[in-house]
Design a protein around this ligand. Structure first.
Ligand code: ZNH
Length: 145
C-alpha cells in the first residue's frame, strides 16, 4: 500500500514536526475555524472566542496528546486501522465525537505544518502527508457503526 518513497516522506515530514507547537496550534485552529467543535470540550473552560482558545492551557495540552498519538500511525503504517481500533472505539462510544471532525483536524494539522515547514513541505510531500493523514482519519472512523 505504501511505496518506499511515501514511507520516507512521511517519516521525513514527521521528523520535522515540533509536536509541542503543532499540536496546540492545530487543535486551536479546529476550534476557531469550526466553532461547533467546541461542544466536545465543555470541561476545558473558556473557549468562546479565538483569544481564549489560543490562551487555553487545556486546549494546548490536549493538542499535544492528540498530535503525539500520530507517532503510533507513523510507526504502524501497515496497520493503522489496528493500531487505532481501541482509540476509534473510545471516540465513538465514550466521547461521541462526530467522525467528520477527524477530517477537519487532519486538514488543520496539515495547514499548521505547512505554515512551519514552508517550502520544505513541497506539493509532492504535502500529497503524501495528506494521504497518510487520510489513512489516520479512516482508522479513527473504523469502529463507528
Ligand atoms: Zn481525540 C481524547 C487522539 C481527534 C476529541 N483523543 C483523545 C486521546 C487521544 C486522542 C490519544 C486521549 C485518550 C485517553 O485519555 O485514553 N483524537 C486523537 C487522534 C485524533 C483525535 C489521534 C485524530 C487524528 N479527538 C479528535 C477530534 C476531536 C477529539 C477531531 C473533537 C473535535 N479526544 C477528544 C476529546 C477527548 C479526546 C473530547 C477527551 C479529552 C479529555 O481529556 O476529556
Amino acid at each position: 500500500k505504501w511505496t518506499d518513497k511515501e514511507r520516507s516522506t512521511v517519516q521525513d515530514v514527521w521528523g520535522k514536526v515540533n509536536i509541542d507547537e503543532v499540536g496546540p496550534e492545530a487543535l486551536a485552529r479546529v476550534l476557531i475555524v469550526y466553532p461547533w467543535t467546541e461542544r466536545y470540550f465543555g470541561r476545558f473552560g473558556d473557549i468562546f472566542n479565538a483569544t481564549a482558545v489560543l490562551n487555553n492551557a487545556k486546549v494546548a495540552a490536549h493538542g499535544k496528546v492528540v498530535l503525539k498519538e500520530l507517532d503510533t500511525a507513523v510507526k504502524n503504517m501497515d496497520n493503522i486501522r489496528g493500531a487505532y481500533a481501541a482509540l476509534s472505539r473510545l471516540h465513538y462510544e465514550k466521547l461521541q465525537v462526530d467522525p467528520d471532525t477527524f477530517r477537519l483536524l487532519a486538514d488543520c494539522i496539515t495547514i499548521t505544518i505547512a505554515c512551519k515547514l514552508k517550502s520544505a513541505l513541497d506539493p509532492q510531500a504535502q500529497a503524501t502527508w495528506q494521504k497518510f493523514l487520510s489513512a489516520v482519519v479512516e482508522a479513527m472512523s473504523s469502529q463507528y457503526d
